[in-house]
Write a protein that binds this ligand. Sequence first.
Ligand code: AVJ
Length: 322
Amino acid sequence: MKINPQTVRNSAFKRDILGGLTAFPKHLPSKYIYDKKGDKLFQEIMAMPEYYLTGCEFSIISNNTETIGELFRDRENGLDLIELGAGDGKKTKLLLKYMADNKFNFVYKPIDISENAIEMLTENLAAEMPTLSVDAEVGEYFEVLERLKSFDKRKKVIMVLGSNIGNIRHPNAIDFLSKLKDALRPEDLLFMGFDQKKDPQIVLDAYNDKTGITAAFNKNILKRINRELDANFDIDKFKHWESYNPETGTAKSFLVAIEAMEVLISGLDLKIHFDQWETIHVEISQKYDDKTVAWLAQESGLEIITSLFDDKEYYKNYIFKK
Ligand code: AVJ
């Protein structure tokens, strides 16, 4: 029997929503924010002045394109450049252009959970860099990790930008990094972005913009449940709330019920009660420092080759090897 991947994804979605909303305290996985509307809102987030992450990483890559590119280069056999969570590829294009202009022999393999993001990226690259070899894929990090081992004919470089690793807690990050390490051979590299600890107000503002874009982004998960699981969440009865703990470096976002209510999720045959001020934890965005990244690397069997950062040291990109 052939299993339709869409069906598998739907049932994982159902299972995760059911599990999260019947747990105490309630939580939902932030990966489900990213449907078509969620992707669009995230594009808007990246363009907000408060959301410094994108600009910092862009400046790091544009100021160090040659250094990074030359670390990636393999003159003999070329390389496979695999990007997990590729998104719109805006920062990656700096490297792709350098590599193309300098006659690198390489294939770019962007992977993203959002079908829509992958479609847009593929079309954009075909138009902007028609000679580039692109082999795009829709999938989740852990799902694609297994398949990475099939890229074993030549050097591979795995990239995870945007501090995407910050969406998982340290134990899962160690698990993720260990699996990446298992997929690496001694000549391979891992290039990863980690948002850094800084003035707590700056972190808080990045996830709590006054225009309400981040609020709409987080609430999009409820809209998606309404649409895909035939539910009746009243979006206006939830308030976006951001917290940042400067000690642990963990930014957390919540949706808070402003009054008691019942929500019917027909697609799950489920009725959920909310007390007034009950929360749904939606996302964590972990902030790091050198010590924490060194610890994560050590726990995962990775070695840090070097790190690159912006003027204010708000953000760092680390290059790891096995
Ligand atoms: C794309 C997951 C890294 O956590 O900073 C932005 C997502 N959430 N604003 C982050 C996000 C709210 C973002 N990541």
